[in-house]
Design a protein around this ligand. Structure first.
Ligand code: NAD
Length: 345
């Protein structure tokens, strides 16, 4: 039976992956995959990792020298992987391209509603029998403009939800879809016109700090920013300044650019050293969740089934549906390479 090392394990992973364990011998490690502990996978045929694991060149070399041939990401994003090293060392990288875009899109709307209607403030107040409405005024979403950056699977569901609220949608994507039932426009118009802006694009070299001082400077006053994609899309210092200058009305964040060492764990008994984060979460108009947008029962079930299916395909030498290739795309990680998705290397 093939052996699989499972990193950054949470209780819910044991629940969902444990049910599917019959295919492999899975060893669950609590640690995130990192250069310090990649040798835990020595002797394992495959490894399973997640969004905040460090999958650097060093880690990949340790994995492959220890006999690991495949890395199955139990997420869709792959910005934390050194693909050149994976290619050079012959490590196949698989992922879960879709598990529930509804989970993330619905969470984005939950953040928008919470920030706008100040539900987080009301929740705390009423528990303390403070029934004052002072400072809780929001605005109707109906008739307002939402800017959606990235119109892939999640972005398009978010657009559908926003349309259900009667919002006007302006969208930007360098690869627009055919026959959209919403309007594509420039980033500049999105910044100028939107009452809320939601990010649904991947983190790449191009999109790193997409929202920085310059972008915030071009935005309509009192816009609400929602980010359920990747923290690195927003320059956190610039966000903090824009919030302090009251340039933007609030932010709903499920991701943070320096989240790797913090998110998914309980740090409540420690002094957190990230001053930018500490200041951002202290603001009354910011709601931060800890990368939980994906966390629905449906998504967890799909993640487990697809990850196990990916590993089964790899070990059985079957066609790989969910490989991220590097070499065929001339050094750019890609997920739709017909060659790699057909040939199991
Ligand atoms: P997708 O690949 O279906 O869609 C991404 C879209 O972004 C594509 O249409 C692409 O053309 C577009 N895009 C690429 N670069 C862009 C740019 N610079 N500006 C604007 N658009 C750009 O991906 P998806 O499934 O919709 O996921 C979107 C993002 O959501 C992922 O990249 C991931 O980072 C994030 N995500 C977060 C969670 C969470 O729990 N918070 C869960 C899943 C995914």
């Amino acid at each position: 039976m093939k052996k699989v090392a499972f990193f950054d394990t949470k209780e819910y992973d044991r629940t969902w992956f444990g049910r599917l364990e019959k295919s492999f011998e899975i060893k669950f490690f609590k640690e995130k995959l990192s250069p310090e502990n990649a040798d835990l996978a020595n002797g394992f045929d495959g490894a399973v990792a997640f969004v905040n694991d460090t999958i650097s060149g060093d880690v990949i070399r340790t994995l492959t020298e220890g006999g690991t041939k495949v890395l199955a990401m139990r997420c869709s994003g792959y910005n934390n992987i050194n693909f050149k090293a994976a290619h050079d060392c012959g490590l196949t990288v698989l992922r879960v391209p879709v598990y529930s875009p509804y989970a993330v899109a619905e969470h984005a709307m939950a953040l928008l509603l919470t920030v706008n209607r100040k539900i987080h403030k009301a929740y705390n107040r009423t528990r303390d029998f403070n029934f004052s409405l002072r400072g809780l005024t929001g605005f109707d979403l109906n008739g307002k403009t939402v800017g959606v950056i990235g119109t892939g699977k999640i972005g398009r569901i978010f657009i559908k939800i926003c349309k259900g609220f009667g919002m006007k949608v302006l969208a930007y994507d360098p690869y627009p879809i055919d026959n959209p039932d919403f309007e594509y426009t420039t980033l500049d118009e999105i910044y100028r016109e939107s009452d809320a802006i939601s990010l649904h694009c991947p983190l790449t070299d191009d999109s790193h700090h997409l929202l920085g001082a310059e972008a915030f400077g071009r935005m309509k006053k009192n816009v609400i920013i929602i980010n359920t994609s990747r923290g690195g899309l927003i320059d956190s210092e610039a966000l903090l300044s824009a919030l302090k200058e009251r340039k933007i009305a609030g932010a709903g964040l499920d991701v943070y650019e320096e989240e790797t060492e913090l998110f998914f764990e309980d740090h409540s008994q420690q002094i957190v050293n990230d001053d930018i984060l500490a200041r951002i979460v202290s603001l009354p108009n910011v709601v931060l969740t800890s990368h939980q947008a994906f966390l629905t029962a449906e998504a967890l079930k799909n993640i487990a089934e697809i990850t196990i299916g990916n590993l089964e395909d790899f070990f059985a030498g079957r066609t790989l549906k969910n490989v991220v290739c590097y070499d065929c795309a001339e050094g750019v990680p890609t997920t739709d390479c017909t060659k790699c998705n057909k040939d199991n290397p």
